[in-house]
Structure formats: C-alpha cells, structure tokens
Design a protein around this ligand. Structure first.
Ligand code: ATP
Length: 285
C-alpha cells in the first residue's frame, strides 16, 4: 500500500498589520509571510476501510475532528467523493499554539498530500480555495514561499523571498489564544503602522539590513503588555546582538534574525535561563 510524506513548515510574519475590523467580525490585515525550515512531518497511508485515523507523538494536541489535519482530510474526502480511508501520522516539531501556524501548516500538508495519494489532480489554486474554508492562514501554507496577504489573510500575492539568514525562535511556556489577542486589539492604540511597502522594497533588493529595519507586528501591542515574558525575550535577543527581532503572529514566539553564523550561538546562549524552548532555523527561500 502506498505511503507518502509531506513537510509542514512553520510560518513567520515579517510584517503583520491590522487595518480595521470588518462587519463580518474578521480583521482586515496586511501581512508579509514567509516560512522557515522548522517543520512538522506528515506520513499518509491508505487504509483498507473508509475512515480517517490520526496519530501523533505529541501528547498535547487533539487527534479527533478538532485537529486541523483531520478537518482537512475530511473536507477533501467529502468534497471529491473519495470513498477510501487514510491513516495520518503527525510528527510534531513546531511548538503548539505558538504563533507559528503549526496547525494550519499541517492542514495544508494534508490537503497537498491527499491530493497526491488519491490522484485528485487539483491545482494549487483549487487547494488554496479549499483550504480557505478551514482557516485564513491555510491558503498561504499551501502555496508556501513568501507572500503578501490581504483580506483576512487569504488573498495572496507571491513576492520576493527574504535574503538567507538564521532565524532563532524562542517560545516562552505560555499559551496565547489568537482569538483572544485579536479580541483585545484596538487599531486606535497603534501610533505608527509598519510599512508593507518598505518590507517589499527590502526583499526585492535582498537587503538584510533593510528587512530587519522594516519588521513590524501590531499585535505586539496586546501580547507584550499582557505577557511581560514575551517582552523580556525580545529585549534579551536585542541585547545579545540579533539584527532584527519580532513577535510571530499573535505570539508568544519571538524570532530573531541573524546574518552571521557566529552570532547564532551568542543569541542562543543569551536566552539561557530566560527560555527553555529555543529553535535555530533557516529561512525557506
Ligand atoms: P494560529 O497562529 O494559526 O492561531 P498557532 O500557531 O498559534 O496558530 P497552532 O499550533 O496551530 O497555533 O495550535 C492552535 C490550537 O489548535 C491548539 O491549541 C491545538 O489544540 C489546536 N490544533 C488543531 N490542530 C492542530 C495541529 N495539527 N497541530 C497543532 N495544534 C492543533
């Protein structure tokens, strides 16, 4: 029986701006998103019976219909009338509820993988449209690369990738709910919005310096105030020499960008005592 594998990389926002709250309750956003090589791995295998079965070595995620990979499998199966079953093993490497879109990336990988496993021949655009039904970040996770996202995050335009660099990710031991952060966010609290145009310029010039100078995430206004440990991690990374530092998504993970390998150990060691969960990754360019 055939078995296939898909990687599900973590997502970071180089810019996350919120423009306003829409009448449908969603926020209108502008985000520059890219991926790093910290990734979950999905193994998918056909089952002789018509059933979706999920397993994972990570004890702290749901393995039923609450799991986004399960929801993705059910959606594609029902929409295209697939009468076959699948066993999905989720090797979780991305920290959960961290602001790195781990669940969304798993769902995207499940859609890509099942498209292959069941020979559905769906295009990337068709998979993106399907993914948007499950979550705003899923279309980007299907497409990958680097993109400017608008709307509620589902309207994508592929843009230049970032210059290669090291990405040090630090997650404090707290769980932050994305819905909670958006609920507490007020556009009127933001004195200066980050510039998507500046970031896009930096990327098209492949300027690491300008990319670091253009980083911005308006959700820091909520999460940093509420969780001082996130601010402490940011300060610590800046002090130990990271070239650019930003909170990812709604947090609590903070990432530091470093162009020279010699600095990686300095930033990593600087976080000791502050934060146990630290990952060193590269940009997926
Ligand atoms: P986002 O920023 O997109 O809200 P996140 O990166 O902060 O997401 P996730 O790791 O996707 O957070 O997990 C958020 C919640 O979703 C968790 O509390 C978990 O119970 C649930 N969840 C559902 N499916 C998954 C999955 N495949 N992997 C991890 N968590 C999942």
């Amino acid at each position: 029986m055939s078995k296939i594998y898909e990687k599900a990389p973590a997502k970071i926002n180089l810019v996350l701006d919120v423009l306003n709250k829409r009448e449908d309750g969603f926020h209108e956003v502008e985000m520059v998103m890219t991926m790093v090589d910290l990734a979950d791995r999905l193994e998918m295998e056909e089952l002789p019976r018509d059933q979706i079965v999920l397993s994972s070595q990570a004890g702290f995620i749901p393995l039923d219909e609450k799991n986004l990979a399960f929801q993705a499998a059910r959606l594609i199966k029902e929409r295209y009338g697939v009468k076959r079953g699948v066993y999905i093993h989720l090797d979780k490497q991305i920290p959960v509820a961290a602001g790195l879109a781990g669940g969304s990336s798993d769902a995207a990988a499940a859609l890509r993988g099942l498209n292959r496993l069941w020979n559905l021949n769906l295009s990337t655009e068709e998979l993106e449209t399907l993914g948007a039904e499950l979550g705003s970040d899923i279309p980007f996770c299907i497409r990958g690369g680097t993109a400017l996202a608008r709307g509620r995050g589902e309207k994508l335009e592929t843009i230049s990738p970032p210059p290669q660099c090291w990405v040090i990710l630090a997650k404090p031991p707290i769980n932050v709910s994305t819905a909670d952060v958006y609920g507490k966010f007020r556009v009127s609290d933001i004195p200066k919005h980050p510039s998507v145009a500046d970031m896009m310029g930096a990327l098209s010039r492949q300027s690491f310096h300008d990319m670091c100078a253009s980083l911005g995430n308006v959700l820091e206004s909520v999460t940093l105030n509420r969780y001082p440990e996130v601010k402490q991690i940011k300060d610590c990374m800046i002090k130990s020499g990271a070239d650019g530092v930003l909170m990812s998504g709604s947090g609590p993970t903070v990432f530091g960008l470093v162009s020279k390998e010699v600095k990686v150990a300095r930033v990593y060691n600087g976080l000791r005592g502050f934060c146990k969960e630290v990952y060193v990754a590269r940009m997926l360019t």
